[in-house]
Design a protein around this ligand. Structure first.
Ligand SMILES: [Zn+2]
Length: 317
C-alpha cells in the first residue's frame, strides 16, 4: 500500500467532515465544521478550501492529493454539480475547478454516495469484494456502485441512483419526476405510507399509540413501538423490509452483484427488517443467488465518505 497521504472531504447539507487519510485507509487527523446558512457555491468552496488548508498545515507528511464528495448529481468528468437538493443555488456550478485552482493539488470530485461506497468497498464491510452496491437508508436513499473495484459513473454521472428504482409502477409521486420509486417506501417517509394503508381501526389505534399524525411517523418512533411489542409496528418494519428487498432484487438482476452494504440511520433497526429484505430479494431473483447473497451492515459510518474521497484523490496520482 502506498504511504502517500491524501485529504478526503465529505460535504454534507449541514456539516462538512474532512480528514488526512493514508493509503491504508486510516484517518490520521480530522476536522469537522458546520456548513452554515450561506449555502452558495462560493461560501461552501471557501469552507472546503479553509478546512483543506488547516489540515495541510497540521499534516504529519506531505499531502499529495485531495478528494471532495458532495451530495447531488455530479458530472464526474467535468466537475460540475448539476443538481443538489442540499445546495439548490449550485445549478451547474463548476465547483471542482474552483477548489482545484485554490488548493493546487490533484483533485477528485464526485457524488458523496460514490465516495462512501468506495470507502466501504476498500476498507469497510465490502473489503475483499470486487463488486459491491452501497445503499444508504435515511431521509432519502443514497447509492453507489463499485464495479471491478472502482466507482461506476454511467454515461453522465447518473449511475447508482438506486432510490429511483421503481417498485410500484403507479405508485407515489417522487421528486425525480417519476412515480413509485424505492425512495418513497424504503426511506424514512415510507412508514407514513405503510401506516396509511392499514385498515382504519388498526391505523387509528397505532397512531394513538405513536402519539403523532400519520405524516409525522418516523422510523425511530416505529422502532420504539416495536421494541415495546406493538404488533403493528413489527408488521410495518416487515413491510419496509419487503420493499427494500424488491429494490435489492432489481440490482441483483441487472448487475449480477451479490454483495450489498447498507448504511444510514435506518440501519439502527437492522434486525427488524433485514431478514424480510433478504428473503424478498431472493424471492425475486434466480435461485442461483441463494447462499451467495451478502447483505452487510456498513462499518465505517461517517468516515466512509472521508476515506473514499481521499482514495479517489490518491487514484489520480
Ligand atoms: Zn424517484
Amino acid at each position: 500500500m502506498t504511504k502517500e497521504l491524501a485529504i478526503g472531504v465529505d460535504v454534507g447539507g449541514t456539516n462538512l467532515r474532512a480528514g488526512i487519510v493514508n493509503g491504508d485507509g486510516r484517518i490520521l487527523k480530522r476536522e469537522s465544521i458546520a456548513v452554515g446558512d450561506d449555502k452558495s457555491a462560493k461560501a461552501v468552496v471557501d469552507i472546503v478550501c479553509g478546512q483543506i488548508a488547516k489540515l495541510m498545515s497540521e499534516s504529519p507528511g506531505q499531502v499529495k492529493a485531495v478528494g471532495v464528495g458532495v451530495p447531488g448529481i455530479v458530472d464526474f468528468e467535468k466537475g460540475i454539480v448539476h443538481r443538489s437538493p442540499n445546495f439548490p443555488a449550485w445549478n451547474d456550478a463548476n465547483i471542482r475547478d474552483e477548489i482545484s485552482r485554490r488548493v493546487g493539488l490533484p483533485l477528485a470530485f464526485d457524488n458523496d454516495a460514490n465516495m462512501h461506497a468506495l470507502g466501504e468497498a476498500r476498507f469497510g464491510a465490502g473489503r475483499g469484494h470486487r463488486n459491491m452496491v452501497l445503499l444508504t437508508l435515511g431521509t432519502g436513499i443514497g447509492g453507489g456502485l463499485i464495479l471491478d473495484g472502482a466507482v461506476f459513473h454511467g454515461d453522465n454521472g447518473f449511475a447508482g441512483e438506486v432510490g429511483h428504482i421503481v417498485v410500484e409502477a403507479d405508485g407515489i409521486e417522487c421528486g425525480c419526476g417519476g412515480r413509485g420509486c424505492l425512495e418513497q417506501y424504503a426511506a424514512s417517509r415510507g412508514f407514513a405510507v405503510f401506516a396509511g394503508r392499514l385498515a382504519e381501526a388498526e391505523r387509528r389505534e397505532f397512531l394513538a399509540a405513536a402519539g403523532v399524525n400519520l405524516h409525522d411517523l418516523k422510523p425511530e418512533l416505529v422502532a420504539n413501538l416495536a421494541d415495546k411489542g406493538n404488533s403493528t409496528a413489527v408488521k410495518l418494519w416487515e413491510i419496509y423490509g419487503s420493499y427494500l428487498g424488491v429494490g435489492i432484487a432489481t440490482l441483483i438482476n441487472v448487475l449480477g452483484i451479490e454483495t450489498f452494504v447498507i448504511g444510514g440511520g435506518i440501519t439502527r433497526s437492522w434486525d427488524r427488517f433485514i431478514t424480510t429484505a433478504r428473503k424478498n430479494a431472493l424471492a425475486h431473483t434466480y435461485r442461483h443467488h441463494e447462499g451467495k447473497l451478502k447483505i452487510l451492515r456498513a462499518e465505517l459510518g461517517d468516515d466512509a465518505g472521508i476515506v473514499g474521497a481521499a482514495l479517489e484523490g490518491l487514484a489520480l496520482l
